[in-house]
Write a protein that binds this ligand. Structure first.
Ligand code: C2E
Ligand code: CA
Ligand code: CA
Ligand code: CA
Length: 275
């Protein structure tokens, strides 16, 4: 048993070693990725639930690595945040997304994710206003998605930054709502336009009454506070029916469309297409 235990430990240690090596390799490559033009934005449609119309697209970052292929954000965003690379990557994403959206059908918005790190390093208000100026995009068509972890820092500067961003005319969405440390007081103190209800509630809305009740409550609360709601991760027709019934204003998820490279987003090039 002892020998087996030591053997297990050796296997474990080897696995950890391999993981450390893999991360180091990613770190080295990530430092070069932006300069080599390996970062891309995919776009996922956001649909108005009442009319069924496309109202916006969320920009989701991808890394097209020459050997690893398409790397998902879960594999490189946390590393980029640790290394401080996310500030420059986020600035690139804002400029790219605004420039892309400026070409879209009038009124279609673009949503861009902001890392909490972008709030503590670099001047996010300046970066956003420059992205708007360079692209000529009307400010109301840019929506910034932030998570509760930004608010957790409980820094008075955060509130001012959010107010300054909103003064530019851009919209602010609270992402992944219901996960983490959701505090209702955030909704009172911070100027959000939209709450995005986390996919974990939507994916179980058919089978778990508690999830259905939570979605209902968030939609009602948001409406009372004058905010809109997006149901994230809608994958089935029944989920669509239930989030619509709950009073969510927008839906996003594989049911409507997966994130795609810009040139595959045919919907955006056919303003007359209501399909
Ligand atoms: P998020 O902001 O919550 O983005 C939604 C994620 O859910 C995306 O994953 C999207 O592909 C996925 N998704 C959408 N609909 C469905 C569905 O119906 N079913 C399922 N199973 N998944 C769905 P993705 O693209 O892998 O991004 C993961 C996370 O990485 C994002 O979560 C966001 O937190 C972060 N991220 C992505 N792009 C950026 C970026 O440009 N900047 C920053 N700071 N973070 C980003
Ligand atoms: Ca998001
Ligand atoms: Ca989300
Ligand atoms: Ca998320």
């Amino acid at each position: 048993a002892k020998a087996a235990g030591r053997g297990t430990w050796r296997v474990f240690a080897a696995e950890m070693e391999a993981e450390v090596q893999a991360r180091l390799a990613i770190e080295l490559d990530l430092r070069e990725a932006m300069g080599r033009g390996e970062l891309e934005l995919f776009y996922q449609p956001q649909i108005d639930l009442l009319s069924g119309r496309l109202v916006g697209c969320e920009a989701l970052m991808r890394w097209r690595h020459p050997e690893r292929g398409l790397v998902p954000p879960s594999r490189f965003i946390p590393i980029a945040e640790d290394l401080g690379l996310i500030t420059a990557m986020g600035q690139w994403a804002l400029h790219r997304a605004c420039a892309d959206a400026a070409q879209w059908e009038d009124g279609v918005k673009v949503a861009v994710n902001l890392s909490p790190v972008q709030f503590t390093t670099g001047d996010v208000v300046l970066v956003v206003s420059e992205a708007l100026r360079h692209s000529g995009l009307a400010p109301y068509r840019l929506e910034l998605e932030i998570t509760e972890s930004v608010l957790l820092q409980d820094n008075p500067a955060t509130l001012r930054t959010l107010q300054d961003l909103r003064a530019l005319g851009v919209r602010i969405a609270l992402d992944d709502f219901g996960t983490g440390y959701s505090s209702l007081s955030y909704l009172r103190h911070y100027p959000f336009d939209k709450i995005k209800i986390d996919r974990s509630f939507v994916s179980e809305i058919e089978t778990r009454p508690d999830c259905a009740a939570i979605v209902d409550s968030i939609a009602i609360l948001a409406r009372t506070l004058g905010m809109t709601t997006t149901a994230e991760g809608v994958e089935t027709e029944e989920q669509l029916r239930l989030v619509t019934l709950a009073g969510c204003t927008e839906g996003q998820g594989y049911y409507f469309g997966r994130p795609l490279p810009l040139n595959e987003m045919t919907l955006l090039h056919h303003p007359g297409n209501n399909a």
